[in-house]
Every structure is written in C-alpha cells, then in structure tokens.
Ligand binder design. Structure first.
Ligand SMILES: NC(=O)c1ccc[n+]([C@@H]2O[C@H](COP(=O)([O-])OP(=O)(O)OC[C@H]3O[C@@H](n4cnc5c(N)ncnc54)[C@H](O)[C@@H]3O)[C@@H](O)[C@H]2O)c1
Length: 333
C-alpha cells in the first residue's frame, strides 16, 4: 500500500508519516516546505529510515500533484495555509492554496487515481462563531448552558474569516466529489490538535506556542479574555482516527466527522496556563488583547459519529499529552 500525504512535513503530517512508516507502509510526501520548522521535521523523518519518498512542490502546481497521486492507494490531504490571521492579511493567497489547491488535488485524484481513498483535514472553523448555541461564563471558562452539549456534524455551516471560507469551500468540494464522481473521500472537521513537531506561533498552534513560550520565559498575548474553551486532541489520537477511518472505508466514504478531544479534554486558555505553570514550575507572564475574528467562545466536538462509524475515540488525556509535548519542546530549545 502506498500513501500520499500532502503537507507531510508539517506538524500533523510529520506525526502521521512516522505513524505509517512504523507500520511498514510506503509513504510519499508532497510539501512546499513553506511552514517554519518543516526542514527540521523532514530531517527527523528521514532519520526514521522508513520507506519514504519526498516531492518538494506546491499543491498549486498541477503537474506536481499529478506526479504525486500516481499509484497511491490513500491520500491524506493536509497541505494548507493554516492561519486565520494570514488569511485576513492575504485572502487571495489563502483561497488559492486552500480552496483551489484542494480542487487541484481532487481533480488529479479523479483523473489519475480514482480508486484511491482521500481524507481531508478540515476544521471546526467551518461552523463559525456558533453564536446560536447558548453559552454561560464562569470564573475561568465559558460553558455551554446545556452542560451535555457538544457540536455535532448537524451544526449549520457558517464560514467565518477567509480561512473559514477557503477551508469550508474545500470541505464541501471533498464531500461533493464523493456524491458526484463516486470518489472515496472523507472529511475530518478537526478541533485543536497538539503534540510534538508543532512549531506553533502566535498565529497558529496555540498549545505548542504556549508551551514553547513558557519554557523560553516569553510573555504570551491572549486574544480575548482567556476563558475561551477548546477540546484539544493529542496528535497520536488523530493519527489513529485517520487510520481507522481509512480501514473502514466501506462505511466512512462520503462522510463528514467532527474530530476532537471531546468534553473530557476541553480546557480554557487560562486553565491551560495554570496547568503549564504546574508542570514546568515556571510562572507564565501574559497580557490581553482584542478578540480575533470568528473566535468561538467555546468549541467542543461531538465525536459520537466517529465512535459509531469507525470505533474511534481519544485515549490520551490532556495531562499526558502535555507532558509529551513539553518533553519534545525541551529537546528542541
Ligand atoms: N493543527 C490544528 O490544530 C488543525 C486544526 C484544524 C485543522 N487543521 C488542518 O490540518 C492540516 C495540517 O495542519 P498542521 O497543523 O499540520 O499545519 P502545518 O502548517 O504544520 O502543516 C501544513 C503543511 O502544508 C505545507 N504547505 C503549505 N502550503 C502548501 C502548498 N501550497 N503546497 C504544498 N504544501 C504546502 C506546509 O509547508 C506544511 O508542511 C491543515 O489543512 C489545517 O488546516 C489543523
């Protein structure tokens, strides 16, 4: 079995490549190495000495994609412009990479690899601010008024921010290519993913950004009041979800799944900082700035569909995941 991972030198890609080569799979990466840290990730991956082929190229380059999809059985499409802030600064480039780039990948698949399976990393941002859901504020976090509530795949789409629009368009194309052309595609609407090999910064990857800042004793800016909540998911759990969804393709093809840590792994930024302080023994200094566009006060993924669909649920709890992340950060500093 040969597997293509677009964006394979990024955070999620690197971990997924490692997971797959450890299973003895043949993996091909297509990445333009535009994200900071990708060269380091690639070097680390090459040291694993697995069956790995690397194509340096852009998903905007149709010839490169054509070459990349040849003779593959599975495509994980992860390459993207990933920051909301950059999408606001440059919406056209964001569209070209995320929407058009995804269409390029789908077209190459349709023409040159129609039997393969494609799993797309979409985002919870396709649901927008989710302002129809009643929320209450407590001392350190926002909460859903209905404490049992979590966002299911039936939540209305409400693309917010250029990033939300470009990923949302891609999400819908991936889904539709299954309906219209009968391709085996799956959409994962991911919540915040965290773990090693994430070179997080202020624009994207806040969990790693906070962890790196804590160990570097760098001040953190919190956009909003810090009570916003996310259900964070450790990367190994995501890799397992990718694997299980692909293995159960007869049931999962054409479907959309919310994938996140769920209620048990939900945490506010302020709670996360307290946890980091305990684990590192360092006091973290931070200040507040204005909310960012489209930032949800609370987002918790409803993950029942993934559980019933392909038997997946997260197993790595926040404390354990955070310890593993900190161990990696210590190594790279
Ligand atoms: N990390 C998260 O919390 C999260 C949450 C929801 C969705 N996602 C989605 O998951 C995917 C992977 O995210 P990540 O966190 O690993 O980000 P990342 O930035 O670490 O990885 C993205 C990779 O894509 C590559 N890339 C960017 N533009 C490209 C282009 N035009 N052509 C080829 N390669 C290109 C980058 O060099 C990088 O290696 C993205 O599609 C992102 O939107 C991530």
């Amino acid at each position: 079995m040969k597997i293509l991972i677009t964006g394979g030198a990024g955070f999620i890609g690197t971990n997924l490549v490692a997971y797959l080569v450890k299973k003895g799979k043949k993996v091909r990466i297509l990445d333009n190495l535009s994200r900071e840290g990708t060269e380091k990730n690639l070097k680390w991956l090459k040291n694993l000495r697995g069956d790995l082929e690397v194509i340096i190229g852009d998903i905007q380059d149709e010839k490169k994609i054509r070459k990349a999809v040849k003779n593959v059985d599975v495509i994980y499409h992860l390459a993207a412009q990933v920051a909301v802030t950059s999408s606001v600064a440059n919406p056209k480039e964001d569209f070209q990479v995320n929407a058009l780039g995804t269409l390029n990948v789908l077209e190459a698949m349709r023409k040159f690899s129609p039997e393969s399976v494609l799993i797309f990393s979409s985002t919870n941002k396709v649901y927008g601010e989710t302002s129809n859901i009643k929320v209450i504020k407590s001392k350190k976090r926002y909460q859903y008024k209905d404490s049992e509530f979590a966002v299911t795949e039936d939540q209305p789409l409400d693309f917010y921010s250029p990033y939300g629009c470009s990923k949302g368009a891609a999400d819908q194309y991936v889904r539709d290519y299954s309906r219209i052309y009968g391709l085996k595609t799956i959409v994962f609407r991911q919540s915040c993913i965290y773990g090693p090999h994430q070179f997080g910064n202020e624009d994207q990857g806040w969990v790693a950004h906070f962890a790196i800042s804590a160990l570097k004793k760098r001040k953190i800016t919190i956009y909003g009041d810090g009570k916003q909540v996310r259900d964070i998911l450790y990367i190994d759990d995501l890799a397992e979800a990718f694997w299980q969804a692909e293995k159960n393709i007869a049931k999962t093809k054409g479907k959309v799944y919310n994938i996140g840590g769920g209620r048990e792994n939900s945490i506010s930024l302020l709670e996360f900082i307290s946890k980091l302080e305990k684990l590192t023994g360092k006091k973290i200094s931070y200040s507040f700035a204005d909310w960012r566009p489209g930032d949800q006060k609370i987002y918790i993924s409803g993950i029942k569909r993934a559980k019933t669909g392909f038997g997946w649920e997260p197993v790595i709890k926040v404390d354990e995941g955070l310890k593993r992340l900190l161990n990696w950060v210590k190594k790279i500093l």
